[in-house]
Design a binder for this molecule. Structure first.
Ligand code: PEP
Ligand code: MN
Length: 263
């Protein structure tokens, strides 16, 4: 079903009225974690003014250490909805547990499946039953074949609204947090009909590199980007080092608009 041979035309996924895969670059932006009402509302207003179409923010955070901030959970979902009410931006947030699907329905416009859960098959099966779009991130040690098989779990359950997201993989290189597999973009576009987006923030782990990787992703044919932006990156509760300041996000968006216009 994810295979382009069975389905030659591109799939367009509608996230609360924003079309992904329709030849217009879609930028999803926001903090790694929702940290409070003022924070998420301020960021949502800023990214909207700057041209982003969707607000991202983690409520349930799958952290490598159990001692790191784990997210505001249900309260985080409520705060995202306040930001949506203030700005009109649709919401994407990560779901980590198949038992949470019911409580997310009506509160999110798109589910995010994180890299660590790409092969959480019970979660994928539950999301296949839902009728809300799913942004599926590539696991950091998974092949494209495995990535597409995970998409297949959602599609075969009857949910056709899947977006693929390349977010960097583990390689021998340690300078960057992960290695952005830029070739995944044309490869996935060739193999499948699903929209393909890139997350340059988790790929690089460094704010200063996000602009270059964003430009590379768009040049390679990505349908969209997911970028971490924070009102105060130095004091962020997660992923501050890779989060763009408002100023950096504005400058990156300016360049992206110029590039997208010639694509
Ligand atoms: C995130 O988007 O904040 C995140 C945890 O991403 P990933 O699953 O790609 O690590
Ligand atoms: Mn993050």
């Amino acid at each position: 079903r994810a295979n382009r041979k069975m389905h030659p035309e591109n799939t367009i996924v509608d996230i609360g009225g924003v079309k992904v895969g329709d030849n217009k670059l879609v930028v999803m932006a926001g903090p790694c974690s929702v940290e409070g009402e003022d924070q998420i509302v301020d960021i949502a207003k800023h990214i909207k003014e700057t041209g982003a179409a969707i607000i991202r923010g983690g409520a349930w955070k799958p952290r490598s250490s159990p001692y790191s901030f784990q997210g505001l959970k249900a309260e985080g979902l409520e705060l995202l909805n306040i930001a949506k009410a203030e700005t009109g931006l649709p919401i994407i947030t990560e779901i980590t547990n198949p038992m949470h699907v019911e409580k997310f329905i009506g509160k999110v416009d798109c589910f995010q499946v994180g890299a660590r859960n790409m092969q959480n098959f019970e979660l994928l099966i539950e999301l296949g039953r839902a009728r809300i779009p799913v942004l599926l991130k590539r696991g950091f040690s998974n092949t494209l074949e495995e990535f597409l098989m995970s998409a297949e779990y959602i599609l075969s359950g009857g949910n056709e609204n899947v977006i693929l997201c390349e977010r960097g993989i583990r390689t021998n290189e340690t300078f960057t947090r992960n290695t952005l597999d830029i070739s995944a973009v044309p490869a996935l576009k060739k193999l499948s009909h699903l929209p393909v987006i890139v997350d340059p923030s988790h790929a690089s782990g460094m704010a200063w590199m996000v602009e270059s990787l964003s430009m590379a992703a768009v040049a390679a044919g990505a349908d969209g980007l997911m970028i971490e932006v924070h009102n105060d990156p130095k004091n962020a509760l997660s992923d501050g080092a890779q989060s763009l300041t408002y100023e950096m996000f504005e400058s990156t968006m300016k360049k992206l608009k110029l590039l997208a216009a010639v694509m």
